[in-house]
Write a protein that binds this ligand. Structure first.
Ligand code: NAD
Length: 270
């Protein structure tokens, strides 16, 4: 799609690791729709080098930032405004990581240092990004911030582990900061709760194939792809959604409101 609905807008995209990343597709779509952007990721992720391909394609500068480091975030907003030539209109927060998930620790055997770090990277980081931008007055009026969430914030998915708690916190910060940023600067903040998607972070969850297939069979429209998620992000960055804020928006083909589907009943019937 290319309707130029982000023409003249400046954006910062967090979290493009490789071609499968949701953020990768959002970066491509933003530029197709007329935006200019900077890209950012943790220094360790940048060392893998894949993001440079995307940067070239999008004519974007890559600025390293660990989302748990306030100095990095300040530098990111300063440099982005310099490079893009003004205040920022949209931000994608597409960042998540649980060390307990990575190390296969069961939820009932959580390591609290890992949990703490996971919450900081996956949830508190949104507060850090917003507070940095707020104090620097780095976002334009009617700017839009979107973070990515998952339905485990509302319903139990046992193997999603402590990421479920991180996503609940992420959605809560969206509401709390959304109030203040809306009231004082007319900036809107929302989360998109996306279908299971084959990416590095997604596939790291135990039993991901099962998650994916179950959701696909349950959802009347099937699972939403990363490209479709990017299109939804673009609509939220655009001026067509100016009055949407503090929401968790399900982008899941109807999964969240389906009790059971005929496909799932068929599989389970004797
Ligand atoms: N893939 C799914 O099934 C799915 C479903 C719903 C929501 N999400 C969410 O979408 C977002 C993007 O994930 P993805 O699926 O595209 O996977 P991904 O692995 O491609 O992206 C995760 C990103 O987080 C970055 N990151 C990790 N620690 C960081 C740090 N300290 N500082 C800065 N960046 C850091 C990684 O480098 C990576 O780029 C995450 O919030 C994820 O939870 C994913």
């Amino acid at each position: 799609m290319n309707n130029n609905i982000l023409k003249g807008k400046r954006g910062i995209i967090f979290g493009a690791l490789n071609e499968n990343s949701i953020a990768w597709k959002v970066a491509q779509q933003s530029v197709l729709e007329g935006a200019i952007i900077t890209l950012t990721n943790a220094p360790i992720a940048l060392r893998m080098g894949e993001i440079n391909k995307l940067a070239e394609e999008c004519k974007a500068t890559v600025i390293p930032a660990d989302v748990t480091n306030m100095e990095d975030l300040k530098n990111l907003f300063e440099k982005s405004q310099d490079i893009l030539g003004g205040k920022i209109d949209f931000v994608l927060h597409s960042v998540g990581m649980s060390i307990n998930v990575r190390k296969g620790r069961h939820y009932t055997d959580t390591d609290y240092d890992f949990m703490h770090k996971g919450f900081d990277i996956s949830a508190m980081s949104l507060h850090r990004v917003l507070q940095t931008a707020y104090k620097m007055d780095a976002l334009n009026e009617w700017g839009s911030v979107v973070a990515l969430s998952y339905i485990a914030a509302q319903r139990t998915f046992p193997d999603y582990n402590d990421m479920a708690d991180a996503k609940s916190l992420l959605e809560s910060i969206t509401r709390s900061f959304g109030y203040h940023y809306g009231k004082h600067k007319h900036v809107r903040i929302n989360t998109i709760s996306q279908s299971p998607t084959y990416t590095t972070a997604g596939s790291g969850v135990k039993g991901f194939d099962g998650f994916f297939e179950y959701a696909n069979k349950m959802s009347p429209l099937g699972n939403a792809t990363a490209e479709q998620c990017a299109e939804y992000c673009i609509s939220l960055f655009s001026d067509y959604t100016k009055m949407v804020t503090m929401q968790n928006l399900f982008h899941d083909g109807g999964f969240s409101f389906t009790g059971v589907s005929t496909e799932v009943v068929e599989v389970l019937s004797k």
